[in-house]
Design a protein around this ligand. Structure first.
Ligand code: GLU
Length: 467
């Protein structure tokens, strides 16, 4: 049997990291077994589902590289099939019409709460053979006796007595199917072999199993993934910082770093921390997923991001950096004056995110408005216009614009003027970068090119002379 997994998000918000981890684990499991991975959009909640959220899911999956094997499906396009199954359950005596009113159910609920009982439907219409009308819902006839054991691949066996479950509504009065029904029908029709999802769905699983049994459908295996917590032990949410996948992109993380971070949230393989995608696929197993909740650690993600910036092939980072340069108004696809691979090599030591890298690279593309005040005060002292003039002339006359020759110019100028190297390099740095921080000066100049270097030296000379 082909291993088939699915990621089944409800498009009611951004794709958050919890969802992304569920998607990743489902994707890895399918890939590991040479199986199928399906993306199913559970958009039946018409009030809360939005087109933007659907797009956010597509964008997030795409950015993370979690590809799916069939066109994504939408539950709203599958209503005839759900209706067919509801009719079948009615026909075979596994479901019934119920006309209990909201008020009636509310009173029942209050009574049960007062008696410290679990609120549940009392089965009033179960054997009443109620006819359908515009107010009736359809309820599933949960078996009265027996129990359901979920052999959960993460949590171990979970047993629930049927008497704990009530007769759940599977179709609303307007005929629309409810969540538990649509999931069951799709999991059955898509021949899902492994249902991998958040453990907030554990309560639904016995109900879904009962419906699958009523339909004589094979049961999938289940793996319920533990929650992700914020640093304070509460469920991870916006107030802990970024939680949407695309926000991590916006904040300058590499998808590979986020994937590596997510795979380690609740899963481990010895004490290995860094996993290539191929290694994740090779080593991943649901049995190794920890049943306890894990805590999201932004520091560690940042560390991983820096690791990936440092150790990835620079060529693989280029498109991501170009995207971030675009955000700050630099179109590096048009302005090709800077060698991006060399730029990444020069900047990655000091930059933990691509946002930092893009910002720290701005002056290679754009003229800066003003000098950093402190740096200029320190570096541009009396006589430094002369130093910069010497440099400017030497750079203008230089044959080959490459880092060894550039280094020699700085060194020779220092010797000629009997100055320490720093007394030459620092005014030069502030003159070309606008601030006192940059990669080593010869690499900075090599990236910047002759034209900008010479023009900026002239600008600094005029600036110093005007003060
Ligand atoms: N649509 C559900 C959700 O977004 C997931 C359903 C499932 O995985 O079975 O939480």
């Amino acid at each position: 049997m082909t291993v088939t997994t699915r990621f089944a998000p409800s498009p009611t918000g951004y794709l958050h990291v919890g969802g992304a981890r569920t998607a990743l684990f489902s994707w890895l499991y399918a890939r590991k077994h040479g199986g199928q991975f399906i993306l199913r959009i559970e958009d039946t909640d018409l009030e809360r589902s939005t087109k933007e959220s659907v797009q956010a899911i597509f964008d997030g999956m795409d950015w993370l590289g979690l590809n799916y094997d069939t066109e994504p499906t939408f539950q709203t396009q599958n209503f005839p099939r759900y209706k067919e199954i509801i009719a079948k359950l009615l026909e075979t005596g596994h479901a019934y019409y119920c006309d209990c009113s909201k008020e009636e159910l509310e009173i029942l609920r209050e009574q049960q709460m007062a008696a410290k009982e679990k609120p549940r439907y009392n089965g009033k219409c179960r054997d009443a053979n109620k006819p359908q009308n515009e107010k009736t819902v359809v309820r599933f006839k949960t078996p009265i006796d027996g129990e359901i054991t979920i052999p959960d691949l993460v949590k171990g066996n979970i047993t629930v007595a049927n008497k704990e479950l009530d007769d759940l509504v599977i179709a609303r009065a307007d005929g629309s199917p409810t969540y538990n029904l649509t999931v069951v029908v799709d999991d059955m029709d898509m021949k899902i072999t492994h249902v991998i999802r958040g453990d907030d769905h554990i309560n639904n699983t016995p109900r879904q199993i009962n419906i699958l049994k009523a339909l004589n459908a094979p049961l999938p295996e289940y793996a319920h993934l533990p929650m992700i917590l914020g640093s304070d032990g509460a469920r991870l949410s916006k107030r802990h910082g970024a939680v949407s996948v695309m926000q991590f992109r916006d904040e300058g993380y590499l998808p590979q770093a986020l994937l590596n971070y997510l795979v380690r949230l609740g899963w481990s393989h010895g004490d290995q921390e860094i996993f290539s995608i191929a290694e994740m696929i090779e080593f991943f197993d649901l049995n190794d997923v920890n049943g306890a909740a894990s805590t999201f650690n932004m520091e560690k993600l940042l560390w991983l991001n820096h690791h990936y910036l440092m150790h990835s092939e620079p060529a693989d980072i280029v498109s991501h950096l170009v995207w971030h340069l675009g955000v700050i108004g630099i179109d590096a696809n048009v302005d090709k004056s800077v060698d991006l691979v060399e730029l990444i090599k020069a900047q990655r030591e000091r930059c933990k995110t691509l946002v930092e890298m893009a910002n720290a690279s701005r002056y290679f593309y754009q003229e800066f408005e003003t000098y950093d005040e402190k740096a200029a005060k320190k570096a541009f002292s009396e006589g430094s216009d002369n130093v910069l003039l010497e440099l400017k002339n030497a750079f203008a006359a230089l044959d080959l614009w490459e880092k060894e020759a550039l280094h020699d110019v700085v060194k020779n100028t220092a010797e000629k003027l009997a100055l320490g190297l720093g007394k030459v390099a620092q005014p030069l740095r502030v003159a070309v970068c606008g601030s006192g921080v940059s990669p080593s000066i010869n690499i900075t100049l090599a990236l910047l090119g002759r034209e900008k270097t010479v023009a900026r030296l002239q600008r600094a000379i005029s600036y110093i002379q005007a003060v």
